[in-house]
Structures are given as structure tokens and as C-alpha cells.
Design a protein around this ligand. Sequence first.
Ligand code: MG
Length: 380
Amino acid sequence: MSVVRVAIAGSTGSIGTQTIDVISRSGGEYEIVGLGVGSSADAVIAQAKLCRPKMVAVSNEVARIKVAQALPGVEVVADLAELARDADVVVNGVVGFAGLSVTMATLQHGKRLALANKESLIAGGPIVQPLRKIAGAVIVPVDSEHCAIHQCLRSSLDTDREVHRLLLTASGGPFRGRSADSLQHVTIADALKHPTWSMGPKITVDSSTLMNKGLEVIEAHELFGISFDDIDVVVHPQSVVHSMVEFSDGAVIAQLSMPDMRLPIAYALGFPSRSHIAFGAIDWKALSRLDFEAPDRATFRCLDLAYQVGRIGGTAPAWLSAANEIAVEAFLAGRISWSRIASVIEQTMQHHDGISPTSVEDILLADATARRFATEVLGQ
Ligand code: MG
């Protein structure tokens, strides 16, 4: 069996470091050929000394000069999209729009993309989708929910005919079960207490508003081509069932494991084969119960907002994501209350124009325009 060549864009972030961990345990199945970062010079130098990649991509110029000096004999480049050139799989763990070009280059080269970058499909969907037709261009999602659905769908040989609906599970976040009234005065610290996953502040707030789930609904629609009417959200506080697919005969197939991102990472690296290392194996003696309930759509308005925006399509999801980022930033800075996050997004979306994007520039412009309107809304 030949060694799979892996490039990691965003190698010093959470997905990147966990990817290196998975590969280091895999016993020579994989070879890291490229690492890419924005500006984390010291961290990527340390990684490169251990992983010995042929190429390191650093977008920040000052950091790039430092990296080049520290790593003689390594090809140091500016553009993270170059990582796709000599890899079989590219793990895209870049945070933000910088990840879009990595996604596009990987698919254009006809390579497998282990996708953890949210912008690529949520904002970039209209321009990324056509690239999936290129021979060899395959997206395997690195996100617990989408990875679960990807696995569940493998139990059908005719998904077009047999998939009845996707059931995305949501932990419900720290405010599950709370009324809109009782959420009027929650603090930043309250919103940052995620019950089951440990993540960065932005995504933890997104999980508290259910916007994270809303964005994942849009992503599931883009990834699997399932209509919004056939994607449902089920609250499941234990985060053990990572998502499910209900089929035409009533059967529901679910994927279960303990919360551990290394499972989706190993799945995407090894696809279509499964990893021989168990990440997130369940201790059935310790697992006492699995609960499920419907999301409270009236209190957590961001979920329905995302459905509405997803159905509009075009640049609307790019607007949603941008407006949400501005609103969450304002909340984390203590400028607005938690309850106002949804209103800021809603008011921003009222300015949305119906331009259909055809290029990266169109997507970036949509993002910038939405941010400008969201900032205006905040000032009102
Ligand atoms: Mg997720």
C-alpha cells in the first residue's frame, strides 16, 4: 500500500494539531508533505522540524522570512493554495476566508479535500460546487455532524431515491431549556460554558444561539444536495449521536462516538477505508442515557434565520455568516446583549442584494458589504 501524502492548511490550529496527532499514531500510513499557516512562525517551525514536510506555506511576509531562515532546504511559499500541488489529501483547517482558495485549489487539482473550513461551502458554495465535478475532486467533511451524515449515507446505494431526511444533532448549548425572558441578561461567561465540546469563543457563542447549527444546516445542504425541507435539527445534549439519516423505509441510521474530533479527521484522511485506531470509542458502562428533544425555535431564532437565508441561496449565506460574526464580536466585546445577536443579523439581512456570485471577488465583496451593513445596524 502506498503512503498517502497529506498537506495541512491551518496546521497550528485545533484541526491542524489534531491532524498531526492522528498521523503520528497511524504507523506510517501517511506522510506530511506540506504545512500552511497565516502568521504563526514559531509554531510552524516547531511542527516542521518534527514532521519534515517538503513545503511550508506562510501567508504573512514577516513570518515567512523567519520560517525560511529557520528551515533551510524546505520550500517556503506565500500561497497556501500551493499545498494542493503535491498532496493526495489536503486538510483545510484554515479559519476564515483564507480557506476558500485552499478549497478551490485542492478541487481544481482533482485532489481529496478534508474540509473543516466553514466559509468554503457556506459563503463560497456557489463557486465551489462546480469544482466538485472535476475528476478526483472529493470533499470529505471534517465536522462531527457532517462526517456522521457522510457515514450514514454509505448505507444506501441509491441516496437520491432512498434518503428521506437528514437529522442534524445539536447539543443545545449552555442555554438549552431556558426561556427567552431568562436569557435577557446572560453574560459573556455564561455563553462560553459549552456543556460537551471545548471550542473557541466565537463558535461557542454560535452554539449558544444555535447559529452554529443553522450554518451546519446550510453546509449539509451544500455538501449532500438535500433540500432544506428534508433537513431537520434534533437537540441531543450528550453529543454522542453525531447525526442521523432517516431513509424511505423508516429506518434511521446514526453514527455514535464520544466527542473527539480526531475521529472525523481520521475518517477524512483514510476515506474510503476506516482508521485502525479507535478515537472516541464509547464506554457503554459509563453511558447511561441518550436524550432527544425538538429545538426551541422561538427562543433560538438564529436557527430559522439560517433556514430562511439558506433557501435564498446565492450570496445570502455569505451575508448571514458575516453579519453573525459582527454580532458575535459585538457581544463578546460587551457592546450588545446575547438576545440582540439575532436581531442584528435579521436587520442586516434586510439590506441583502440578490447578486449571484461567480468569483471569489464576488464572495469577498458580499462579505465586506454585509459587514458594513451589520456595523451600521450596530450603531443604530
Ligand atoms: Mg459541528
